[in-house]
Design a protein around this ligand. Sequence first.
Ligand code: AMP
Length: 595
Amino acid sequence: MLPWKTYEAMSDAALKQPEAFWLDVARRVTWEQFPATACRTRTDGWHDWFPGARLNTCQNAVDRHVAEGRGEQAALIWHSCATKERQVVTYRELLGRVARFAGGLRSLGVEKGDRVLITMPTMIETAIAMLACARLGAVHVVVFAGYAGSELARRIDDVTPKVIIIASCSFQGQTLIPSELALNAALTEATHKPQACVILQREACPAQLMPMRDHDFHMLEHSAPVSPVTVKSEDPLYILHTSGTTGPAKGIVRDNGGHAVALALSMELIYGCKPGETFFSTSDLGWVVGHSYGVYAPLISGCTSVIVEGNASTSAIQALCRDHAVTCLFTTPTHMRLIRQDNRNPSGAILPELGRVFVAGEYAEPTLLDWVRSYFQRPVVNHWWQTETGWSITAHFFGLPGGEPAALLNNIGRPAPGFFPVIMPSISDEYCGELVLSLPLPPGCLAGIWKNGASHIPAPYLDDTGQYYRTFDTGMIRDDRAVCLLGRSDDVIKVAGRRISGVQIEGIISAHPAVYACAVVSISDKLRGQRPLAYVVVEPGVQRIPSSQEIIRQVHQALGRWVGLKEVRFVSSLPTTTSGKIKRKCLAGFQAVSA
Ligand code: AMP
């Protein structure tokens, strides 16, 4: 039961007595050593949540529910849109499989603090691998299975994993993609060599295991089970890479204690989801929503989590919601646009158990939200998220009595407890500009950035005063504290809710020997919200001008097809400022030279 009657009472408590507020919220988690302090400033200036307290995240997500009588309840339900398989795993079965797989990882040398890189599609075994790492106090690094070899190699070198876990194949739609080639290419390119690889053999395309290097996932599940290893609250649980403003993807570090506390609170407060109910997130486990609401939050809260491989069709969503009494559905605007395309009937879904629908990750036009409302005939809300924050910055609060004012329903909501957004103080217009968050950020947000084998203060996110976290999102804050998002202030492009940096794509295009200069901008896409558009200037006097398809193939080979580059415009020059910087904002509509 939540102790607050109104939104104002809750946010006041979080603002005026943050220590008492968060220590009280921390009771939702099982600790081996309960925290004496909520928040402490580290020597590097960043913050630790519940310093010195001790717990194990896997114990909170799995063991404790079996001990409390939920053993026979479904913990995870998996559906593959590619192979049409469906699997249900109870909490008791999950405990057995995770404890034994953790034993298998330990037999390969994995110990507390070691990194384990997991690159698998959304499957029960992906969640098992994540939870097994958490059980050992090891740090999982899940890499979206759609990434090609070079991106994988970059992440291997960044986190230097002891072990890599991979499925023998994945699917893009119905197309089967064997994983062996990408793995071998990544291991050849990377400087770091892992001690072992674990391969999950899928019936659709088993891999040829390499003696000495490879181990069979299911064989490791026959190992002796291990007990949860207690870790400090501030020890890292996982690293997740995300595209940022500049340079290669950054490894966002998440802690154990703050993460468990924030997610446990959010399930009740934001999603209104109670223990024993079913939560369905359509996100791939390789992205932050998959980590937080496909695995950790539902399991920590004793709920059942439905996860899917691939883009669930209208009929798959309906069947999963109906068959498993889903109460909360969490999806993306792009997914809803696809469903709308398939299904013009506005009152198509009759799902009596469904309580509410949540969308996040990209701009959702009010007409889309209205359509989703008529389709599901349920409250539908939008909320604001970042990989860095791990849970929503602004939201609607279904756990509070009284419901939400109707005027708020089409925007991204009001700040969740502990988030204090303001318009960047250096900007003169106080109503509209870059949204920054006062420090410290609440529990569950980034504990640092991974670099050279350790977590560091996230300096690229600090404003000049060091007092605010920069979101790089622009927006407005209304008098009733509701936030409206207007877009990004940097070059990040959201393709179907997935984040990619224009600069990252530019780096790949520039590697083509015939490219002199290039710039990538975002343009709107009817289905995916946004997609990249590349402008290319060819090297003067080159023998052969590359074709658009060649450039597109190069980008898709390096990053994966999901990046959705469809168009390359060849231009004679790029517009620049007097200091030589490319004026990307002027580029949309810039004339291409004749083909
Ligand atoms: P990611 O880290 O992939 O979750 O991407 C975070 C970014 O997605 C944010 O900084 C926003 O630019 C965008 N975003 C997240 N949620 C929303 C939303 N509800 N509406 C519009 N943009 C959003």
